[in-house]
Design a protein around this ligand. Structure first.
Ligand SMILES: Cc1cc2nc3c(=O)[nH]c(=O)nc-3n(C[C@H](O)[C@H](O)[C@H](O)COP(=O)(O)OP(=O)(O)OC[C@H]3O[C@@H](n4cnc5c(N)ncnc54)[C@H](O)[C@@H]3O)c2cc1C
Ligand code: SF4
Length: 331
């Protein structure tokens, strides 16, 4: 690991001011950043410790929404009564991620900004446009079983690993930011992440030195919610494919539908196509299949990951049957 200087920020404004220094980076739980520093992939010259900032609260908002502080641990958010009862898709997504110990340490802000799990990104001997722009993409033509099938390009086919971000995309959440000039702004989760294009190393719309201070949830949408994650083993594993679905149905007809997919793209993938194929349609297997077809219509496999396309379709159908079908299927 390279040498670096360290300071602990007293408040959010001081943190942002400290992060304006060249080579500075925030450190929160450190569960992703420290691994990347040890591997010489992240090379900050100055760390600004934000782990003790008073940004841990989870507050109910007057409009019926919820504000989750960026320092709230993944385990605290998952266990929060308001989250469990009104936003169960978020609680399920969080509990499906990492391990109990990691969730106790991992922060809301850090979870959103964790880096990809593409194995070539972690292998400094391999070409990787995300780690080292212009060096090529070893996953294209390489072993790409865990890689993206939607929205990818010729520069990078990595996926975003956060489960929480997928649920937040389905819930229309916004990310609250404190900018380098100390202004507050909000960005929808669905607009926060970028597709790789020619600049896969630029992953979000976050400006230099900007601090995530909170995640803001609007009032819960109508209907049942579910997060379903398919992975190589039952726990402590990233998603091959995941689905966050929130669907309301009345007397067998679907009302509002929100669908987001994880493990398939460079960002949490909200599927407007699936939602359009569900809205106003009968809650039947044929409708779920049509929605799954629509969601994956533009999917492109790269060889080893071809199986993800059908896996995503089937995972989506199963999840829709649980949220839109009769209550006995909801278990
Ligand atoms: C073995 C293992 C298994 C895992 N499995 C899963 C899984 O299945 N699903 C899943 O979703 N995740 C999984 N994770 C990832 C884990 O959830 C993340 O490592 C964690 O959420 C990161 O949070 P942190 O607070 O430790 O972030 P850090 O490591 O401290 O920071 C990560 C990045 O975010 C930046 N950052 C942190 N907070 C802020 C902020 N408030 N504002 C601006 N920038 C900020 C840091 O500068 C850094 O770049 C796994 C991790 C490990 C090690
Ligand atoms: S998929 Fe992206 S992260 Fe993986 S090797 Fe290619 S450029 Fe790097």
């Amino acid at each position: 690991m390279r040498s670096f200087t360290y300071e602990r920020a007293a408040d959010a404004r001081a943190a942002v001011a400290a992060a304006s220094r060249d080579g500075a980076k925030f450190i929160s739980g450190g569960t992703n950043l420290l691994d990347l520093m040890k591997l010489d992939i992240e090379r900050p010259s100055h760390l600004v410790d934000i782990s003790r900032l008073p940004l841990r609260g989870i507050e109910e908002l007057p409009d019926g929404g919820l504000r989750i502080g960026a320092q709230a641990a993944n385990s605290e958010v998952a266990a929060d009564t308001a989250v469990r009862t009104r936003y169960p898709v978020l609680s399920e997504a969080l509990v499906s991620g990492a391990s109990g110990q990691l969730r106790n340490k991992a922060s809301t802000g850090g979870n959103l900004l964790q880096r990809t799990r593409c194995p070539y990104f972690y292998d400094t001997a391999a070409g990787c446009n995300k780690r080292d722009p212009g060096s090529g993409c070893s996953a294209i033509g390489g072993f790409n079983r865990v890689h993206a099938v939607l929205g990818a390009g010729d520069s990078c086919i990595a996926t975003h690993p956060s489960d929480m971000a997928v649920a937040l995309a389905a819930l229309d959440a916004e990310i609250e930011l404190l900018t380098a000039d100390q202004a507050v702004r909000r960005v929808a989760v669905t607009r926060f992440y970028r597709l790789p294009g020619d600049t896969p190393h630029i992953e979000t719309v976050l400006g230099p030195g900007e601090l995530i201070t909170a995640v803001v949830l609007p009032p819960p949408p109508p209907g049942r919610q579910r997060y379903r994650k398919v992975r190589d083993r039952a726990s402590y594993e990233f998603a091959l494919v995941s689905v966050a679905a929130v669907v309301s149905a009345d007397r067998g007809t679907i009302g509002e539908a929100r669908v987001a997919l994880g493990g398939v793209a460079h960002k949490p993938w909200r599927s407007a196509e699936a939602e359009a194929a569900l809205t106003g349609r009968p809650a039947t297997t044929d409708t779920y299949r049509a929605a799954a077809e629509a969601a994956m219509r533009d999917a492109v496999g790269r060889g080893h990951n071809d199986f993800k396309i059908d896996l995503a379709r089937r995972t989506l159908c199963r999840t829709l049957a649980q949220v839109a079908g009769p209550a006995e299927e909801a278990g």
